[in-house]
Design a protein. Structure first.
Length: 202
């Protein structure tokens, strides 16, 4: 999650163009790293796993990273993931993460963050709006820690499918809306504490 002012401004410009909104950045605001923008509709909240609004997703894309980025033309490209592969029988999807990705505080983004994010959002006790993004993974819905997503090492994470599944289906309908969260900040909290944490406002 590397928030760079230039990248944010470019992304906002693209987002506002596609949404028909307006972007206004004064010289004073730019010096303070403040961006003012208008959107044609509001979002319900900024908790990544509780909002299903396309407008919220526009904001999430400026603040968080996904494993992959899907394009409107039917292609996808790496974000946090450097590469990926599906095994021969289409039951295990493996992602290899970029080794230079860091959180804003300088902590490295690792496979543990991916595992944490998936298990958190899929946990029945959390009852997250975006939990359905993980219904293809073995163990989904059985318990709060049953989801078979495992960090093999610091930069490799494996997803075990409940049944054979195509890579394209997972990329475009399941993983494209999953924003990776920092375990070192949110890990160890109760589900209520995570949902109501000041993290979402800072």
């Amino acid at each position: 999650m590397k928030k760079r002012v230039l990248g944010i401004m470019l992304s906002l410009t693209m987002a506002m163009t596609s949404l028909g909104g307006a972007l206004s950045v004064s010289a004073a605001e730019e010096s303070q790293k403040t961006i003012t923008m208008a959107m044609s509709s509001s979002w319900e909240n900024l908790v990544t796993f509780d909002s299903t609004s396309v407008y919220a997703s526009q904001i999430f894309d400026l603040l968080y990273d996904r494993l992959i980025y899907t394009r409107n033309d039917g292609t996808y490209e790496p974000m946090l993931a450097d590469s990926w592969e599906m095994n021969d029988d289409n039951t295990v999807l493996t992602f290899h993460l970029k080794k230079d990705a860091t959180w804003q505080d300088g902590e490295p983004i690792t496979a543990k963050d991916v595992e944490f994010t998936c298990k958190l959002i899929a946990a029945p006790s959390l009852a997250a709006a975006r939990a359905v993004a993980f219904d293809w993974i073995k163990g989904y819905g059985e318990s709060d820690d049953s989801l078979e997503v495992n960090a093999v090492d610091d930069y490799t994470v494996e997803f075990t499918c409940a049944q054979p599944t195509t890579l394209e289906y997972l990329m475009f309908t399941k993983l494209n809306g999953v924003y990776i969260l920092p375990e070192h900040i949110l890990g160890g909290m109760s589900y209520d504490e995570v949902r109501n944490s000041d993290y979402w406002q800072n």
